[in-house]
Design a protein around this ligand. Structure first.
Ligand SMILES: [Cu+2]
Length: 467
């Protein structure tokens, strides 16, 4: 079933009728430019000369229109990460659309079906690992009752435009291809995972010089002036290319309320593990004095921070807090439990697909079921089916596996109701089952959200068959 199939348009009409469809229009320009990370200037590519790009905020059921202009030297596209929208607006160049070539523009327009914390980024090459990303927040009419204010925090690993000659994500990938895994000293992934080091010893393929929250280095951290006792909803987004983050606030528990946009039974944690592409919403109560929000690059060297500023106090030394966070047991949000309202019905799967994750070989090829990306050899499903995907990781590295166009429910190994998510961490040697209802026809990419793994082959397609 092609992205322009009449069934896709018919599904969209149903959403339009259900949501009311108030039109909200935005414009976006993808462009080269030099940005300030906080004393470090880097040439990069951005949306509108800002990193992250300006947030898009709409309400559930509205019709979002975004006119995207491509002022980059290369073709691009925009993918609306996590949203179950019409297939021909999903933004996967070569699968759901032609790329938007340099100097041209494209209108994206679709009904936004679900509230939550989402984001957008290109789906062309390694462009995601430049500055091309921004939050997309979909408000629920019921939002706001449990908190006083909210703050969107986008964490990222940064290499683009650093060094001389300047490194880009393209040169990073070319280097990985050239050197295979031989150049990655100390990252050969042999030590098993433990509770305090859940990813094991192979925590990335790329050494990043900088880590950012909201585009800022720790020395020039983004901050928010708040009052002690206020309840703040943090919307955490990992826009990184190759880095999971361990996020925590010294002495302040975080009550996790949503995973990848969908509500979970609230659970209080000291530290959260956030893989690339994942989002977690958590409510905190502001402590009596100024406090950092810390994001340690998991298993790497470095961290990012933002600051909750409370009048009458200034930020102290964060060394002790970082050490304590580094020693914590971070919570993988795949272990949360969906609230009743967003659980899938109890139903046996009509079709099952196993995705065996493999690689890399000497040319840095990563595979699913032994093959690189081939959109003609997807995983067939039929509209109306309950589908189970089993991600089986036979590699030494973790993979945040993302499914487009659907929000699956993770199946916990110990029973119970797992969270709704669109991106799930699959740890080395682990196997994760996820279920979804095939209710959004089209061709939907499923892939590792490590941008280098995805580009090197760890992608396939959930392919709706015409009936
Ligand atoms: Cu991967």
């Amino acid at each position: 079933m092609l992205p322009n199939d009449p069934v896709v348009a018919a599904t969209e009409r149903t959403r339009l009728e259900a949501g009311g469809g108030t039109l909200r229009s935005f414009a976006l320009t993808a462009e080269p430019g030099t940005i300030d990370l906080g004393g470090v200037m880097v040439p990069t590519w951005t949306y509108g000369a800002a990193v992250p790009g300006r947030e898009i905020r709409v309400r559930q059921g509205e019709r979002l229109r975004v006119d995207v202009s491509n002022a980059l030297p290369d073709p691009t596209s925009v993918h609306w990460h996590g949203l179950a929208i019409r297939n021909d607006m999903d933004g996967v160049a070569g699968l759901t659309q032609q790329p938007v070539v340099a100097g041209k523009s494209q209108r994206y327009e679709f009904v936004v079906p679900d509230a939550g914390t989402y984001w957008f980024h290109p789906h062309v090459g390694t462009q995601l690992d430049r500055g091309l990303y921004a939050p997309l927040i979909v408000e629920d009419p019921a939002d706001g009752a449990a908190y006083d204010d909210e703050w969107v925090l986008v964490v990222d690993d940064w290499i683009d435009g650093t060094g001389s000659p300047a490194t880009t994500p393209d040169t990073v990938l070319a280097g990985l291809r050239r050197d295979g895994m031989s150049a990655m000293g100390g990252m050969d992934g042999t030590a098993p995972a433990s509770a305090s080091e859940p990813l094991g010893s192979d925590t990335g393929d790329v050494v990043y010089p900088y880590y950012l929250i909201n585009g800022r280095l720790p020395i020039a951290a983004d901050s928010r002036t708040v009052r002690a006792g206020q309840r703040i909803r943090l919307r955490l987004i990992n826009a990184g290319g190759d880095t999971a983050f361990r996020i925590g606030i010294p002495g302040v528990p975080m009550t996790i309320t949503h995973t990848d946009g969908f509500a979970v039974e609230p659970t209080s944690k000291e530290a959260i593990l956030l893989g690339m592409g994942e989002r977690v919403d958590a409510i905190i109560t502001v402590p009596p004095s100024t406090t950092p929000i810390l994001a340690i690059a998991e298993g790497k060297t470095g961290s990012a921070q933002a600051v909750l500023k409370v009048a009458g106090s200034s930020l102290g030394d964060t060394g002790g807090a970082l050490a304590k966070l580094a020693a914590s047991v971070p919570f993988d949000s795949a272990r949360a439990a969906a609230v009743t309202a967003v659980r899938l019905s109890q139903k046996a799967p009509d079709v099952r697909h196993e995705l065996v994750l493999g690689g890399p070989d000497g040319q840095y090829n990563w595979t699913i079921n032994g093959r690189g990306y081939d959109p003609a050899r997807g995983l067939p499903v039929v509209q109306g089916q309950r589908v189970r995907l089993t991600f089986t990781n036979q590699t030494g590295m973790f993979h945040p596996m993302h499914l487009h166009g659907h929000t699956f429910q993770v199946r916990p190994t110990d029973g119970g109701a797992g969270p709704r998510k669109d991106t799930v961490l699959v740890l080395p040697g682990a196997s994760v089952d996820v279920d979804f209802d095939a209710d959004n026809p089209g061709q939907w990419l499923t892939h590792c959200h490590n941008i280098y793994h995805g580009e090197a082959g760890m992608m396939t397609v959930v392919s709706y068959m015409s009936t």
